[in-house]
Design a protein. Structure first.
Length: 236
């Protein structure tokens, strides 16, 4: 942006650029992995969770609210505890320094009337054996087991000692993951799961633009699958 723009002028110019250039790109009859409008819609976590349940994935009990009393009641009702997670990822910087908002355990004492400020997502805590990242490209599925130290007990992204290994999810989970992409109109998605000690796979969320290169053994095959998907061209 040119120097000298006020905050209002910059906000307006950025919005015009997004709607103008973004609108032109969205109108092109080309192959997308995935269509940007479908990706934008799929970012909504409540929509993801509802769609995941519809295709047969196991979804933790979830509450989206700005009512402190409702939040306290929900947290109290969870026998294995509850977690809080952001609905949109949170800020990446504050006052020039990097920040991150990770999934965290929450108890009733932490919930006060400041909950009224905005929407919050509270969820049943699943006692995990390990995490899993399932990347779907078209109908091809790639999965990695994620083992963490105590630092990653609630969010593996907070753990510097995380370890990845390739694994094969249950057939029902594979089928449902592919079905979820079709339900959301996507051709690519990175799904996060928690697997408990009874080997049950719990769907946490899907990132329609999620990274894949951080799993070394899956980097090349996922890259090839994306290239193959682009070569298929547009679908009706």
């Amino acid at each position: 942006m040119p120097a000298g723009l006020s905050a209002t002028e910059q906000w307006w110019a950025e919005g015009e650029a997004r709607m103008g250039f973004g609108g032109v790109l969205a109108s092109l009859p080309c192959a997308w992995v995935s269509d940007p409008l479908a990706m934008a819609r799929a970012e909504y976590k409540p929509l993801q969770l509802a769609a995941a349940a519809e295709v047969g994935l196991r979804v933790p009990a979830t509450l989206v609210t700005n009512d402190a009393a409702a939040a306290r009641a929900f947290v109290t009702a969870q026998p294995s505890g509850a977690i809080y997670k952001t609905l949109c990822g949170g800020p990446h910087t504050e006052n020039g320094r990097a920040v991150a908002l990770h999934t965290a355990r929450v108890d009733v004492a932490q919930i006060d009337e400041s909950v009224r400020t905005t929407a919050h997502l509270f969820q049943q805590r699943v006692q995990k054996a390990f995490d899993a990242r399932v990347t779907v490209v078209g109908e091809r599925v790639f999965a990695a087991r994620i083992d963490t130290t105590a630092a990653g007990a609630e969010d593996w992204r907070a753990d510097d000692g995380v370890r990845f290994s390739v694994l094969q999810p249950p057939a029902a989970t594979v089928d449902a993951a592919v079905a979820l992409l079709y339900r959301l109109g996507l051709r690519y998605g990175a799904l996060d799961f928690v697997v408990d000690s009874d080997s049950r796979w719990w769907f946490m969320e899907i990132n329609p633009n999620g990274q894949w290169a951080f799993v070394p053994d899956l980097r090349a095959p996922i890259t090839q699958a994306i290239a193959d998907e682009l070569q298929k061209g547009c679908r009706p």
